[in-house]
Write a protein that binds this ligand. Structure first.
Ligand code: GLU
Length: 500
């Protein structure tokens, strides 16, 4: 049975890298008919941020990445919030102590800091491990009685993992293949803190085991923790899950991981939804007008490829195609233009009526109200050029309001001596057109142009200026049909009046 989990820590807004991790877990689970869990890893109380858990859940909901079990969907392994599982972990730390895989350490933060400084002064790095643990204040160096005494009088301690010093550990990663580490280079990580809480490492392993997780799929930043985790499974005598470390999402240019700062500096979202921070608002894809399906499709291709050139995939299709073997080892460069391209594609696929309903909201904020059929027609005429629903106003405002002014340069160029006469005659033709449809209007006006022996350039550009105010916009006769006879004639007479 495939069981995977997304295990974020609620330390702030969930970065889109986290959303991608959740997505890949979801896809992998569904591909194999398995289950996807959400576990909240909130054992580090110093980093806990109010509202972050809700943000994570809301983001997954908005993206349409549902979990089968987790906070709010309590299943057989509830609770799914580590702070509510506090009592569980101590006994596992004790088990490691008993088995000799862990030990008590009494070194104070100040003492450790002094060591760090001392080592630094000698050009070395302080690593708490086999090389110095016998000289430090722990249950491996002190006598049993001494240890007992310290615990009895309530001296603070942590529990550390006793990292072997003589093993070349060979591990397998489903994306990276064999990963080898010499345990001599690793430190004796703290598993249990003086505040009675487990650290991430202990809680993570215990919970993955108890929750029957078969595959750990997570970001590359956790790769350095893999040796400790593998050894913890060994120490407990548990079968380890399989590991897969996903490639980093890289900055659009330069080196390094895509950060919150990049988004702020370059003006694009790196979070699924808006998030209010003390010193400002972080922009989210939702607030910027992205469709969740577009974001999901974009994220799916950040570090994975389907093995062909196709790019547009629904969640269902992704579920069928997804494969950890096609996840890349190398980092995936973030490119906001690509995200926009996806949104454009998804916008084209939406029905006009659905888009019209969204556009209607924007119009109503501007106190503009029109029958939905009219808005739908407008959407049909302008959507091809839109990336976001919010582009509709910029692309189609002239359907709803008269030009406030006429593009001066264009007017100068297009308004000739005979333009007044021509446009007055065209107005007549329009006035006499009873079937006010784009094709009939076009036929009538074109007939007039050819009968008079005019060139299109004498008629169409000033006509466009009259209706739109500038030399852009939809097909001119489509505009007339949508705005209707009265409005068309009124715009014609307005420009004629201004350019007598
Ligand atoms: N709590 C860790 C995080 O915030 C989970 C890492 C893991 O998946 O093991 O990403």
């Amino acid at each position: 049975m495939v069981r995977v989990r997304f295990a974020p820590s609620p330390t702030g807004a969930l970065h889109i890298g986290g959303v991608r991790t959740a997505l890949f877990n979801y896809l992998f689970a569904k591909k194999h008919g398995g289950e996807f869990l959400l576990r909240i890893e909130d054992t580090d109380q110093n980093r806990y941020v109010e509202g972050a858990e809700k943000y994570i859940i809301d983001s997954l909901n908005w993206c349409g990445i549902p979990y089968d079990e987790g906070v709010g969907k309590e299943g057989k392994h509830a609770p799914y919030r580590q702070s509510e599982r506090k009592e569980i972990y101590k006994k596992y730390a004790d088990e490691l102590l008993e088995k000799g895989w862990a030990y008590y350490a009494f070194d104070t933060a100040q003492e450790l800091d002094d060591y760090r400084k001392k080592y630094e002064a000698e050009g070395k790095t302080f690593i708490y491990n086999w090389s110095n643990r016998q000289q430090l204040k722990n249950s491996l160096a002190l006598t049993k009685e001494e240890v007992q005494k310290r615990i009895e009088i309530g001296e603070e301690f942590v529990i550390r993992f006793k990292m072997p010093n003589d093993e070349v550990l060979k591990m397998n990663d489903l994306i990276r293949g064999e990963v080898t580490v010499d345990t001599k280079t690793l430190d004796d990580k703290v598993l249990f803190k003086s505040d009675g809480m487990p650290t991430y490492h202990l809680a993570n392993i215990v919970d993955d085991h108890l929750m029957e997780i078969s595959h750990v799929i997570r970001g590359e930043e956790w790769l350095p923790s893999m040796p400790l985790h593998v050894l913890l499974y060994r120490a407990f005598g548990w079968e380890a899950p399989q590991f897969a470390h996903l490639p980093l999402i890289l900055k659009p240019v330069g080196n390094g991981k895509l950060s919150k700062r990049d988004g702020i500096k370059l003006g694009f979202p790196v979070f699924p939804m808006d998030w209010q921070e003390e010193n400002g608002m972080l922009k989210g894809f939702r607030g910027e007008g992205y469709f969740p399906e577009a974001l999901v499709n974009f994220l799916a291709l950040l570090g994975w490829n389907p093995g062909n050139d196709e790019e547009i995939f629904s969640l269902q299709q992704l579920t069928e195609l997804f494969d950890l073997e096609r996840v890349h080892k190398a980092g995936a460069r973030f490119n906001i233009e690509k995200a926009q391209w996806f949104n454009h594609q998804y916008l084209q696929k939406k029905s006009n009526i659905e888009l019209a309903r969204e556009f209607e909201k924007i119009l109503s904020e501007k106190n503009i109200s029109r029958p939905i059929e009219i808005i739908e027609k407008v959407v049909a005429l302008i959507k091809e050029r839109a990336t976001f629903v919010s582009d509709f106003w910029e692309l189609g405002n002239y359907f709803f309001q008269k030009p406030e002014k006429y593009d001066e340069k264009a007017l100068k160029k297009q308004w000739k001596e005979d333009t007044n006469v021509i446009l007055s005659e065209v107005a007549e033709i329009i006035n006499h057109t009873t079937d006010f449809s784009s094709s009939v209007l076009e036929e009538n006006v074109k007939k007039y142009i050819s009968e008079k022996g005019y060139g299109f350039g004498q008629v169409m550009p000033p006509l466009r200026l009259a209706l739109v105010g500038e030399m852009k916009g939809a097909h001119i006769f489509d505009i007339m049909e949508v705005i209707g006879k009265e409005e068309t004639l009124s715009r014609l007479s307005a420009i004629l009046k201004e350019n007598k």
